[in-house]
Structures are given as structure tokens and as C-alpha cells.
Write a protein that binds this ligand. Sequence first.
Ligand SMILES: NC(=O)c1ccc[n+]([C@@H]2O[C@H](COP(=O)([O-])OP(=O)(O)OC[C@H]3O[C@@H](n4cnc5c(N)ncnc54)[C@H](O)[C@@H]3O)[C@@H](O)[C@H]2O)c1
Ligand SMILES: [Zn+2]
Ligand SMILES: [Zn+2]
Length: 376
Amino acid sequence: MKMRAAVLRQIGLPAPYAESRPLSIEEVDLADPGPGELRVKIHAAGLCHSDLSAINGDRPWPVPIVPGHEAAAEVLEVGAGVLDVKVGDHVVLIFRPACGACPDCAVGRPALCGPGGESNGAGSLLGGYKRLSLPSGGTLNHHLGCAAFAEYATVSRRSVVPIDRDLPWEQAALFGCAVLTGAGAVFNTAKIEAGARTAVVGLGGVGFSSLLAAVASGARDVVAVDMLPAKLELAKQLGATATFDARDPDVIAKVKAATGGGVDYAFEMAGVVPALELAYRITRRGGTTVTAGLPNPAATWPLQAVSLIAEERTLKGSYIGSCVPSRDVPRFVAMFRAGRLPVDRLLSERIRLEDINPALDRLARGESIRQVILMH
Ligand SMILES: NC(=O)c1ccc[n+]([C@@H]2O[C@H](COP(=O)([O-])OP(=O)(O)OC[C@H]3O[C@@H](n4cnc5c(N)ncnc54)[C@H](O)[C@@H]3O)[C@@H](O)[C@H]2O)c1
Ligand SMILES: [Zn+2]
Ligand SMILES: [Zn+2]
């Protein structure tokens, strides 16, 4: 079928993106779902920093590619062998498909699925197929098995989790990346205790989801750190107990003073080394620093090795919030519905697909939380 999609052909075009226009809205071809696949109608797709990283080259993927990996969609067609999802179901797309059979899937760590990582790296669906093509005949790659900046998508059954039909599309989309990643880092990767002292460094959709999860967990301190006053203000409204400007030269001393010597758990959710350094240094002795931001692969960080040992520190990476999406999407949606995880507060601009390039500028400046494309 023919459909409109945002296509990235050249990585590294300079900002402002409203002028360089790295994404062009084009008519492309979408093939029918093969065995184990679905065709879905994308209703809402969120803009995540990882989409920007695909465009600016911090996380390069094969081009040409249709980006977009955080979306809510309706199932239009099911391929052969799909028995547990039916036409009309509502689903959230998951940006790392899990094969269900590899050693990492077997131990309950689908974020590490080997075949899922390979297919994402190749710009294909799980199983290796590519279902997108250009009218000229050239193949088009799928971003993270989703390719969600499009009117429709063909995806693996293993790239979706069904959701309640009455959840509004724009809210549902956020669960696919921001909420799984940010809340999962708190509930799964760190498993914080009630009464813990926590801090979140970097307040985008991911960091704000961590903040909401820390509040929901009954953390004693929820310190929020960013560089933008508007974000710190919203953090206060959402339950932060103290806020600090990352650019303040005394920020480390101030967080330590406010938390009796540092936090038990610090979450780095900005994706840059200075934020990781800050998160590590505001973690108290014996505490845990969790990092989910995705810096450029060339970025390295000089860690004082002995501090890990002599101060019994833990440093943990977190991908998709260490989630099992089929378990955690329904769990986090239920918390949202109970008013315990108000992720609707993270929605900022609602835009059309045509307006995606200026939206990338807002994302790059850090001024939005979650911008959502309403596709139809
Ligand atoms: N691990 C995963 O599974 C996963 C999933 C999704 C996104 N990510 C990554 O998480 C990061 C956050 O994503 P997002 O969409 O929320 O990003 P975003 O761009 O919306 O938000 C990032 C925030 O960090 C702030 N920031 C930047 N530098 C800072 C610093 N030095 N100190 C404090 N704050 C700083 C910005 O002002 C902004 O508010 C990105 O790197 C993204 O690629 C990881
Ligand atoms: Zn994302
Ligand atoms: Zn697997």
C-alpha cells in the first residue's frame, strides 16, 4: 500500500532543522505483513531524543530510514501464525523486539535480546525482513523495528504489546518508550525502596517518567536537576522535593547538603557525560547510579576506580528500563489509571507529521517534554 512517511536520507545535517529539513515527508510503499507480522495504523507517535540521535548521528542507523519508535497503533491486518492479536486491537510499539527464545529472553531480560539487537542494527524487522520501499524501488529501513513516523507500519508481533482500547492514543504512545524507560529504570533496574533518597538528572520524557516513578515509590527525596527553569518548575508541581540547575558550579555540594550527604539512587536521563558525572557525584557512598541516557558511542568517562570499591558504589546501565514489556506496559498503564503515574502531564505539543522538522529543533533545545504527532 502507499502511505506518507518521514524519511531520513542523510545523517548529520545541521540545526536549525526547520531549515536543513533532515526529514522529508514522502509517499512510500508498505508491504503486506509476512508470517508473525502485523500491519498497524499509527495513531500517535512521540518524539524521543533517540530519534534526534538517529538524525544528528549520535546513534547512526542504516539510511534511508523511517524513524520513530514510540507509538500507539491499531491492528489492521495480521500475518500468518499470529494467534494472540486480532484486527482492531490497540497496541503500543516496543523499540527492541524480543525473540522469546534466546538466552537473554529466557532469563527475563528481553532488552538484551540478541536477534532483536541484530534486526534493529540492520534496520529490519525481527526475522530480517524489510517491508518498506521507495517508489523508485530502493529499500527503506525500519527504525528500531517500528518506523513509526508514518501513517501505517508493518511490524513483528514481537514489537507490540496490546493495550486497553479506551486509552487515548496520545497518552498510550508514551508508554512505548518514555514510560518504559524512565519508570522501568526506577522500578526494575534500581528497585528503589520506600523512603529512598533519589535524584533525576535530565528532565525530558524519560527523566520525568523516572521522577513520577520515584514519587509513586514513596521516595523521601526526589531531587530534580536540569538546565531549564521551566522544567524545574514542572518538576516541583509533579512532586520533586528540591530542584537544582545543572549549570550551577556548586550544584553537587547543594544536592549533598539537601539530602544529608547525597542520594541513595541517582538517575542519569540526559544522555551526555557531564550529566552522568553529576549523577555519580551526587550519589552517596553505598548508593546506586543508574544511567539510561544514550551518549555518542565515542563518549568516554574517566571514573575514579577506587570510589566504586572503597565506597561500595553501584553503577548500572538501563535499557528499556530493564522491562519485560508485556508485563510492564499493563502494569504502568494501571498505575496511570489509578492516578499514581500521571504521564499525561508529560505531553507538550501535539503536531502534524508535516511539522516534524521544527519539532526536532524544540527537542534539540530541550524545551519540550513529549511532543506527539497525531497521524490521522
Ligand atoms: N536507555 C534507553 O532505553 C533509552 C530509551 C529512550 C531514550 N533514551 C535516551 O535517554 C535520554 C533522554 O531522552 P529524552 O527523550 O527524555 O530526552 P530530552 O532531550 O527530551 O531531554 C533531555 C533533558 O536533559 C537535559 N540535560 C541536557 N544536558 C544536561 C546536563 N548536563 N545536566 C542536566 N540536564 C541536562 C535537557 O535540558 C533536557 O531537559 C536520551 O539520551 C535518549 O537517547 C534511552
Ligand atoms: Zn525513545
Ligand atoms: Zn531473544
